[in-house]
Design a protein around this ligand. Sequence first.
Ligand SMILES: Nc1ncnc2c1ncn2[C@@H]1O[C@H](COP(=O)(O)OP(=O)(O)OP(=O)(O)O)[C@@H](O)[C@H]1O
Ligand SMILES: [Zn+2]
Length: 496
Amino acid sequence: MSLRLYNSLSRQKEPLVTAEPNIVKMYCCGVTVYDYCHLGHARSYIVWDVVRRYLMWRGYKVRYVQNFTDIDDKILRRAREEHSTMEAVSEKYIQAYFEDMARLNILPADEYPRATHTLDGIKRLIHELEQQGMAYAAAGDVYYSVRKFTDYGKLSGRKLEEMQAGASGRVESSDPEASKKQDPFDFALWKAAKPDEPAWESDWGKGRPGWHIECSAMVRDRFGDSIDIHTGGADLVFPHHENEIAQSEAVTGKPLSRYWMHNGMVNVDGEKMSKSLGNFTTIRQLLDNPLPILNDTTFDPMALRLFVLQAQYRKPLDFTDEAIQAAQHSWVTIREGLLFGWNHGPQLNWPDLPPDLPKAPAESEAIDQFRRAMDDDFNTPEGLAVLFELAKTLKRNGNILKHGGQTDTPSENLYQTWLCLRELAGVLGLVAPPEIPSVQPQTGPSAEEIEALITRRQSARESKDFATADQIRDELKAQGIQLIDQPGGVTSWIRE
Ligand SMILES: Nc1ncnc2c1ncn2[C@@H]1O[C@H](COP(=O)(O)OP(=O)(O)OP(=O)(O)O)[C@@H](O)[C@H]1O
Ligand SMILES: [Zn+2]
């Protein structure tokens, strides 16, 4: 059975067929960095981390890119409030992002492009849109002509006529850019500089990019015309992802992404938890403070992961006291199972456990069940049910052994059960001490170094110096970096 995933674009589950065999190019919309991450972000990035880990476990090489939006009105507002700068505010919350995600055992992305580092790509794309007649300049701004993109609305299922009927008056009167737009649905690709705001030179005058164009430009810069999976929260379907599609596909004529995946929202009293609404609990608030509902102990980061994964990723999720208690309780069971080998292995005469434990047998019933669950659009609640069964068996036997009794389960079976639990828990990113969360520093050359070498290789090829070009490719290969030449001269890369 092949892996099937729900594609928001077709509104159905489809088998995963990637552009290149065994390679998944994945892009995820990252945070706008003006505050600490909240539980909504925790959910989003845990879900995509599990999708990525599962694909890797299924044998795919996954190249995962996630951006930081570091140009935005909200960051500027925060900088003014804190008598700081946009750069300082972004830097602070980017660092906080890394700290929070490491605690949740979220694998670092292969690359984290930032809007401020992508200006060339952004301007290039806007120029191409202008050349195609899809965009127009207006008094220092540049707008996208939504009506010229005939597929507009294909992701969200919204029809312009219907939206207009409901909202046109409101759109126009509340929009300060309205007088410059040829049509109320057009959106800004570039915004003219305002006094005292950061701005970049461009052919349209000094200004800064709109939000949607950054993701289109980053995907193009890092991967080329098309990727396999584009992810983000369901709140981004419209307008952000719809606009990304309009921008990218108008220029390339190719699908921006084969599959679009969206996580459901974390809600508070039925409303999206969000920075702008101010109804949020940050990850650090939740994890750092003893909670009365947990007898004044703190909530374990792995319990937070477990809590998120107990829900199907597309459904809405409410954080309630009962849910937090239940998740902490469930984590204790899984953790006991994970510790079984370290606590009872010697008693059961297991051989010394090597740091790299062997893989669980691929043909085991538990592995089969887990694979079936996860192959069905990443059904983590069912996947976790398999883990619980394994953990409960180990816990039961652990209790007998702790009290000096003899178990009637053969030691070899317990060993296999333990290996199996560890492996599957690892696929969900659940780890217990002594195995420190596996956020390993990236080995090999950095993304910047690779990009610099790719640029050198491109220059070498342009001047027909193929020996140097090949040498660069081979050297990268020796360091585990595979280059993929795309039509149109773009080269993307992947860590092997
Ligand atoms: N409550 C939530 N539940 C699930 N995912 C969320 C939630 N809030 C944000 N996300 C996702 O987190 C990612 C980063 O979002 P972003 O930085 O725009 O956060 P935000 O809190 O929605 O900010 P803002 O309130 O300024 O719109 C996006 O993919 C977004 O869909
Ligand atoms: Zn985006």
